[in-house]
Design a protein around this ligand. Sequence first.
Ligand code: GLN
Length: 494
Amino acid sequence: MSTLFNHSFDTVTDILDALEAGSVSSVEITKACLDAIAALDSTLHGYLDVNGRALQEAQQADERRRGGEPGSLLGVPIAIKDILCVRGMRTTCGSRMLEQFVPPYDATVVSRLRQAGAVILGKTNLDEFAMGSSTENSAFGPSRNPWDPQRVPGGSSGGSAVVVAACEAPAALGTDTGGSIRQPASLCGITGLKPTYGRVSRSGLVAFASSLDQAGPMAHTAQDCARLLGVMAGRDEADSTSLDAPVPDYVAALKGGVRGLRLGIPSEFLDGLDSAVRTCVESAIKTLCELGAEVRELSLPALKAALPAYYVIAPAEASSNLARYDGTRYGLRVDGPDVIRMFKETRHAGFGPEVKRRVLIGTYALSAGYYDAYYVKAQKVRTLVRRDFDRAFAEVDALVGPATPQTAFRIGEKTDDPLSMYLSDVYTIAVNLAGVCGLVVPCGFSGGLPVGLQFIGPPLAEDRLLRIGHTFQQHTPYHQQRPDLEALTRWQAV
Ligand code: GLN
C-alpha cells in the first residue's frame, strides 16, 4: 500500500483522533487529500473546483488547535456539493446558467462547518440543479464511479459520493430532494443521511424543490455522519422552515445497540428489486435480527404512488424556483432585441435538457386548467404517504429495506430514457414527500459493486437511525472496503 492512499486516515473519526494525539497535522491531512485529488480526479471528476485556500485554512486550523481552541471538526477537510454557497468560490449548480456565479456569503451549513474548524476542500459535481440520478446531467461532464469507472456514481450528489468513496475527502455534504444523498451513497458504498425536513437550514442551498430539499452528511461511517450532523443541525433565523428542536449529541447517541428495536420491512419495497441486491439486503436484515432487532413485514400502500406524485410536485416547485434565472438578476445573460427574447435566449443557452423538461412539466402541472388534476392530486397523495409513515411508526421504531433497485448502471445506459432514470429513486422518494429521515449504509457487494441498506425513521429520529447504522457497522466490514485506487490512477477510458 502506498502512502498516498493510507486507509488508516480516511475517516473523520480517525483523523480527529490523530489530530488530537498530535501525530498528524491538518496541513498533512489536507495535503494528502489534495494529492489524492491530483492522482484520481482527472479520471473520476468528483470535483468541479478545488479550494485554492485549503492549505491556508488547514494551517489556521492547526494554529487554532495549538492555541487550545475547541472545534468538533477542527482541521478536518470536507468537500461541499456545488449547490451550497461557499463565499468566494464559484457555485455553479452544475449549470451553464451559474457557471460564473460567485456567492458573497456561505450557506448556513457551510458557516457552521467553518465555525467547527472544518477545512473546505472544494466543490463537488452534481446533476444540473440537483435534477437527476446519475450526475450525467452536469453541464460539466459526468463523474465516474470509483468501483467501476465505466459506471455512474448515482446522483444528484454523485461528486460528493465519489470523492468520499475514492478517499479524495473523508466526508462531504450532499443534498437530497428525492434521494440524492442516499442513492449515490448506495451506489458508491458509503454512508449518507437525509435529515428530517427542517432539521438542517436551507439558507444558501440553491433551491430545487423547497418543500423537499435537505442538506446532509456523506461519509464512510454512521459515526462520521453523526459528527457532521451535530454541527449542521439546528434552528437558523435565516430559514423560517428550520426547526427549533434541540440538537442531541448524535455521537453519544450511537451507543446502545439494537436489542428490542422493532424494524419494519415495507412489502412494497420488495417488488422489482434486483435479486442480487435483494440477497444482500436480506442478509443484512438477518444480521440485525441476530443483534436483537425484531423484524416484521408491513404494508405502506401509498408508497406505490409516491414516485408519480414526486414527479409532479418537484417539477412544479422547480418551475417556480428557476424562474429567477432570466438574465436580469445574476447568472448568465444572453442579449436579445427585447426583454422577452433576452429571457428566452438566456434560458435556452443556460439550461440543459433535463432542467428544461422539469420546467415544462412543472409549468404545465401548475397551469389553470390542470392544477386540480395534477398538482392538487399529487399533494393529496403526499398526505396519504405521510399518513402511511405515521401508521407504520406507531408499530415499529424504524423501517428497513433497499436503497436502490439495482447496483450502479453504466454511463449512458439510462440517459435516453428519463422514466427508467426516475425509477432509480423509487425507494428513496417517499421519505422526502413525508419529510421524515433516511440513512443509507453499505451492506454488501454484487458483481464487485456496492449495495446499500436504507433505514427510515420518524421525524427527528436521526439519532436512532445513526445508532442502528453504527451498530450494523460494528458487526460488518462493508464500510471499510475501498475501491482499488492504485488501479484507478492508471485507468483510461476505452
Ligand atoms: N433523482 C431525483 C430527481 O431527479 C431526486 C433528485 C434529488 O434528490 N435532488 O429529481
